[in-house]
Design a protein around this ligand. Sequence first.
Ligand code: BJW
Length: 255
Amino acid sequence: MEAFDQVATALRRARGVVVLTGAGVSVESGLRPFRGPDGWWQGRDAASLATPEAFAADPALVSAWYDARRLAALGAVPNAAHEALAQLERNVVEAGGRFLLLTQNVDGLHRRAGSERVVELHGSLTVWRDHRSGRRVTPDPTPFTAHPAPGPDGGWLRPDVVWFGEVLPRQALDAAEAALAWCDLLLVVGTSAVVYPAAALVGQAAWAGAVTVEVNVEATPADVDHRLTGPAGVVLPRLLRAVFGPNSGHPLAGG
Ligand code: BJW
């Protein structure tokens, strides 16, 4: 049997579905991934932008970079992959199953597509916090007038995202680990699977007995049972149509 048919069979049988997404799922919405030739970090050092040390050394540069990304995310529209994952959640839950979407993305597009059971492992770009007090605010969807922008308690605003060297939100990690207990099928979509602890979830799920599937335009280091190669906005609607019928994919997606 082809990988696609094996995955369709596993999805049909699964009572608990967990999805782990990364920046690749938003590429078809026009947002850039991190790594690779079209990535945000092409020609840049991630440590000069996505660490607390970078913010301490040059808060204006880091604030401007994240503000530009915040506005890009707010201006983007969920694509067929986001829509398919929202539909997958509805289908699994309506059939009495369990579902959780773990995303490394900070762009908010999964929720805007209608996903409800979402855990943002690396925080959110639309929420910022005072770097001194930690108090969170949701800035207006317009460019900041100063970089760094002043926070509500006398510090500077920093994005409420998880930088390298920072720990992931405890609740997010707990939710991810709890899901491994009931997960029969893990879909790993659009992530290079090199950033921990998110990348470790793949091996943990397999160890706990789940079937693991990668959906990506190229193979990554993730050690999975099956790979479905292609854009997520094509592969996922096709998979949904195969498992749940012709009206379950996104109407705009081909394949
Ligand atoms: C498509 C597509 C299409 C394109 N369809 N696919 C264990 C071992 C080694 C190191 C560590 C370890 N544990 C912890 C660490 C340190 C570190 C780490 O992981 N380092 C590695 C890089 C080596 N981790 C941490 O520091 C984490 N904190 C932590 O663990 O705390 C405790 C601790 C600290 C220190 C030491 C030990 C323990 C925090 C990690 C936070 C990551 N934060 C970032 C930035 C968030 C803010 C922001 O948005 O700027 O999160 S880094 C960046 O990478 C971002 C992403 O969420 C993350 C993952 O990237 P992602 O999503 O996979 O994107 P890409 O671009 O890499 O890949 C895109 C993929 O899409 C590609 O595969 C394409 O092929 C594919 N694609 N189009 C389908 N249409």
